[in-house]
Design a protein around this ligand. Structure first.
Ligand code: NAD
Length: 499
């Protein structure tokens, strides 16, 4: 079993305490590796290394084209390791190999590449309009890296979410301390090894494995950290924002969701039924933007539900290392208990169970939950309001589109959503009225590296991906060059002199 170490200042090192913990495969409940349990002192060492590298300008002062060359070497090396990374990611997160090898790792690498290419093209110099009051001056904006960024990552898509933070932070010239989830720390350490091999200067990227309350809180509170890029639950996000407030850090938060899928009465059901199921059950419902509330019009309700119930039966649970398996377990025993608790609440609150509703009896090992569908759920029910983060779909009947939009927006979350209709202009009109950061029309989950991704309301602050996401990793400095070269032209100095 591989024993991993922390990655600090360009070297793999043990934690100060020497304590390690096992990483468990959620599909087999067996340990697959060990990682250090870092303490605050380890986090501080990593922050100091990042600070030193940033202040030395070894990376922040490097021409962006040189930074891009090194990061593109990382991309090439990651591509050559794609299969190996897909195997590690599947084993640590419980995602199927079908998903990690066909989606998460290759697309995560392509997103990394796209963000490096996009960042390279963001101009450091932004001219401002000519100013001649109170005198002629030349003004421009210098776009600069922020400094030391803390990247805090959840367990659901560890490689991809890490790529969304590391690539923009580094191409824009920052140094980073990355804290993966305690459940899924391995691909972050693999990325660090790859980056070091590709010539990334020491201290630019550091990876510290440890708990949120210990390592995460140190990263959020330490005065040497300039920015926090956090992805995780809304509850933890609130804590992170409070911790960052004491030293006025720039904070971007990518948080939870309870995304609506609105099926229109003119939808192509061969797309809409599978689309609604893909929106919920992909990766066992462990996507922040999962479409866990499906709004179906009364006019096609029975037909839609009959097809949906039939198609759920085609989702295959089982060995995550088998390419035929289409749905894996949830990430941990704690998450299993949480999801089963919500299913119980759904039953108690009177929702009608269409299928699923528990652990699959045929699987004796692993934290699996059957794909579960509830119907006749009021939008006020607990399972329609709270993020479950497991394979549970609630179907809600609606009378007219205004009614569907009102219920879709009646949520504290605002991350994603979808509209299914053959009438695309109508679907776009509905999409514009949904108060979320992303809406797919006739699809789900297709996150685009060139488009902003993030939440309205309690789903987050700021954006990841695209130019909007890259700019979150920069500071803007206004430089004013006064062109009045004679003392007599600077009449405003006379506000303090009278001679
Ligand atoms: P979580 O909030 O429990 O943990 C996320 C990360 O924060 C982990 O690395 C954890 O160790 C760390 N953390 C925990 N407590 C902390 C603290 N007090 N201070 C600092 N860091 C702390 O989330 P999770 O259970 O790992 O992930 C699932 C959640 O993430 C879901 O709510 C999901 O919607 C959300 N998510 C959001 C997005 C998005 O882009 N909006 C993407 C993926 C997941």
């Amino acid at each position: 079993m591989k024993k991993y170490q922390l990655f600090i200042d360009g070297k793999f090192v043990d934690s100060e305490s020497g304590e390690c913990r096992p990483v468990i495969n959620p599909a087999t409940e067996e340990p697959i590796a060990t990682v250090p349990v870092a303490q605050k002192g380890d986090a501080k060492r990593a922050i100091e290394a990042a600070r030193k590298s940033f202040d030395s300008r070894s990376w922040s002062g490097m021409d962006v084209r040189e930074r891009a060359k090194i990061l593109m070497r990382v991309v090439d090396k990651l591509r050559s390791r794609q299969e190996e990374l897909a195997t590690i990611e599947s084993a640590e997160s419980g995602a199927t190999i079908r998903m990690t090898s066909m989606m998460e790792i290759p697309i995560g690498i392509e997103h990394f590449k796209a963000l490096v290419e996009l960042g390279e093209r963001i101009p450091a110099y932004e001219p401002l309009p000519w100013i001649d009051m109170p005198a002629v001056s030349w003004n421009f904006v210098n776009r600069e890296p922020i400094g030391v960024c803390a990247g805090i990552v959840p367990w659901n898509l560890p490689f991809m979410i890490m790529a969304w933070k590391v690539a923009p932070a580094l191409i824009m010239g920052n140094s980073m301390v990355l804290k993966p989830s305690t459940d899924t720390p391995l691909t972050a350490l693999e990325l660090a090894a790859t980056a070091a091999e590709c010539g990334l200067p020491p201290g630019v990227l550091n990876v510290v494995t440890g708990s949120g309350p210990v390592v995460g809180e140190e990263l959020c509170a330490n005065p040497m950290v300039d920015k926090i890029a956090f992805t995780g639950s809304t509850q933890t996000g609130k804590r992170v924002m409070k911790l960052g407030a004491d030293t006025i850090k720039k904070v971007t938060l990518e948080l939870g969701g309870k995304s609506p899928t609105i099926i229109c009465d003119d939808a192509d059901l061969s797309i809409a039924v599978d689309g609604a199921l893909f929106g919920t059950f992909f990766h066992a419902g462990q996507f922040c933007e999962s479409g866990t509330r499906c709004f179906v019009p009364a006019s096609i309700y029975d037909t839609f539900m009959a097809q949906l119930a039939e198609r759920v039966g085609h989702i295959k649970l089982g060995d995550t290392a088998d390419y035929e398996t289409t749905m894996g377990p949830v990430v941990s025993k704690a998450q299993l208990a949480r999801v089963l608790g919500y299913i119980e609440t759904g039953r108690k609150e009177g929702a009608r169970l269409v299928c699923g509703g528990g652990r699959p009896p045929e699987l004796s090992k692993g934290w699996f939950v059957q794909p579960t569908v509830f119907e006749e759920v009021p939008n006020s029910a607990t399972i329609a309001r709270e993020e479950i983060f497991g394979p549970v779909l609630t179907v809600i009947r609606y009378k007219n589109v205004d009614d569907a939009i009102a219920m879709a927006n009646d949520s504290v979350y605002g991350l994603g959503g979808a509209v299914f209709s053959r009438d695309v202009p109508k679907a776009i009109t509905i999409a514009k009225r949904i108060r979320t950061g992303t809406v797919w029309v006739n699809d789900f989950h297709l996150v685009n590296a060139l488009a902003p991704f993030g939440g309205y309301k309690q789903s987050g602050v700021g954006r990841e991906l695209g130019p909007h996401g890259l700019l979150e990793y920069t500071q803007v400095k206004h430089i004013h060059v006064d062109l009045g070269l004679q003392r007599s032209q600077k009449f405003w100095y006379d506000y303090i002199f009278n001679d």
